[in-house]
Design a protein around this ligand. Structure first.
Ligand code: FAD
Ligand code: MLT
Ligand code: ZN
Length: 474
């Protein structure tokens, strides 16, 4: 039951936003439950502002009442960072109504959008203007650009275009005090002091609320071709990546690796997708070659590369998509792994990176350790090999009680995987962020001086500790 101060705050918020946009009753699970359905919180209220000034007023009202705020975009985050805790005292601030494309500027190659704009809508706005916005991930139909920036999202085109941070030129942000930082200039060069934009990006709603962003546009490639290759080992996949960099140059726009069990899950749960080549090989690789000349040129380069890879023995079989719909299906298979894993049952998720050259040894050592410690464990290993980023996930042995398995094993599996990542000089979060899922592990894996500086920054920008508390740093 909210106390008197909370009731006063709710009245104030209703005055600011209108009854319809301060939700306290009914089914709020879309806002209160995380995408993986592992955690459910309870908000004091879900508020849905429609403009920057309203966000600022909400922040001021909450600061005055000493109530904390959890910003939320599409709620597709995978580290439990965008839902309220279970105290019923936090305000969940959804940016979904702030979804306008403010400007498409083809002279300066920029696109300015509100934070709640769904990534796919942003991609389409770019395409309608004849340009490419290259951020691309499986959740693009529901994640928002604000969430992408707050998590510094990666996805499948990072090896060519970079992650969300590298695609952003400017931000509009509401601070913890309810002031608006207007930095949407879109300048490509601006060395006038500390880089506050890059500080906000990846801060997961703990330093400010992103209300709009100016993003970079790129020329649309004339053609993109997709190939699917069976590789005999992880080391062969890494070898193929090297060859692809060498022979496709900047044309290499995607390089994803998928383990056999990950593809088995897609085949089992989505048989209509017809996963190719997976049965007789431990790993498959999805490659994309984008070309500014012509399809014939792209195909010739791809075939040359695959010919060399066959000769070398690092590819055992391969297909190049003959049509756009075939290429889309191959990408759809890759992007269905997360959903197929969810269909199979609860699982332990990892999003790690190590230097690309260490990936074969990391996988070999970690596979052996986990399989020795937990016989029958099923490893769902896939991800953005081109960025040294794997989703090295763990599914319970078949026919076991999944809840009991997670209760008894999740912490120790995380420790084994994270220790292995540390040994190979990697990171325990490559692209999904820290959220509340990894906040207590971070001190063991982050440089202590870097962590202390992060804590200082948090206290300086949000002295009351009201923006997404308990996430990223404590
Ligand atoms: P939310 O989940 O709503 O929020 C995420 C975090 O950002 C929270 O901490 C929240 O408080 C904060 N936040 C949200 N909006 C704002 C804002 N406007 N201002 C300040 N803070 C804010 N991620 C990848 O990096 N690469 C992938 O390839 C990828 N693939 C995915 C595939 C699937 C099927 C799914 C379900 C998820 C995937 N993700 C991936 C994870 C997720 O989609 C990204 O983290 C995405 O960037 C989150 O965006 P969102 O709008 O859903 O944010
Ligand atoms: C992906 O690459 O598909 C995503 O990051 C989602 C996941 O890790 O499951
Ligand atoms: Zn990913």
């Amino acid at each position: 039951m909210p106390n008197a101060a909370s009731l006063d705050l709710l009245t104030h918020l209703r005055e600011l936003l209108g009854e319809a946009h301060v939700l306290t009753e009914g089914d709020l699970s879309a806002y209160e439950q995380d995408w993986r359905k592992r955690t459910r919180g309870k908000a004091l209220a879900v508020v849905r502002p429609s403009k920057t000034q309203e966000v600022a007023e909400v922040v001021k009202a909450c600061a005055k009442a000493g109530v904390s705020i959890v910003p939320q975009g599409g709620n597709t985050g995978l580290v439990v960072g965008g839902i309220p805790d279970d105290t019923g005292t936090q305000v969940l601030l959804s940016l979904q109504r702030m979804n306008a494309v403010r400007a498409v500027d083809t002279d300066n190659l920029t696109l300015t959008v509100e934070a709640g704009c769904v990534l796919q809508n942003l991609q389409q706005a770019a395409e309608q203007a004849g340009f490419l916005f290259p951020l691309s991930l499986g959740a693009e139909g529901s994640c928002t650009i604000g969430g992408n920036l707050a998590t510094n999202a990666g996805g499948t085109q990072v090896l060519r275009y970079g992650n969300a941070r590298e695609l952003c030129l400017g931000l509009e942000v509401v601070t913890a005090q309810g002031e608006v930082m207007h930095s949407l200039s879109g300048l490509r060069k601006d060395n006038t002091g500390y880089d506050l934009r890059n500080l906000m990006i990846g801060s997961e709603g703990t330093l400010g609320i992103i209300t709009a962003a100016t993003m970079k546009l790129y020329p649309m490639p004339a053609v993109s071709l997709t190939a699917w290759a069976a590789v005999p080992s992880v080391a062969c996949a890494v070898k193929l990546l090297g060859l692809a960099h060498q022979h496709l140059g900047a044309g290499l726009t995607g390089f994803e690796m998928m383990g056999q069990f990950a593809l088995h899950l897609v085949d089992k749960h989505y048989p209509h997708l017809r996963v190719p080549l997976w049965q007789d090989t431990p790993y498959c690789v999805l490659l994309e070659n984008s070309d500014s000349e012509s399809e014939a040129h792209a195909r010739e380069r791809f075939e040359h590369l695959l010919g060399l890879a066959f000769e070398d023995g690092c590819v055992s079989d391969a297909v190049v998509a003959e049509s756009l719909s075939q290429a889309r299906n191959l990408w759809h298979i890759r992007e269905s792994i997360t959903l197929a894993q969810a269909e199979e049952g609860l699982n332990i998720k990892h999003d790690i990176s190590v230097p690309i050259s260490s990936i074969p040894n990391f996988v070999e050592a970690t596979d052996a350790l986990l399989m020795r410690e937990i016989p029958g464990i099923r490893l769902v290993n896939f991800g953005h090999l081109g960025d040294g980023n794997l989703h090295y996930n763990v599914q319970a042995p078949e026919h076991c009680d999944t809840k009991a398995f997670l209760r008894d094993n999740e912490d120790r599996v995380n420790t084994w995987v994270y220790q292995s990542v540390k040994r190979f000089g990697g990171s325990i979060s490559a692209e999904h962020g820290v959220g509340s899922m990894k906040v207590d592990s971070l001190p063991d894996y982050k440089d202590p001086v870097a962590l202390a500086l992060m804590q200082h920054i948090k206290r300086a920008l949000d002295p009351q500790g009201l923006l997404n508390p308990g996430r990223v740093v404590r």
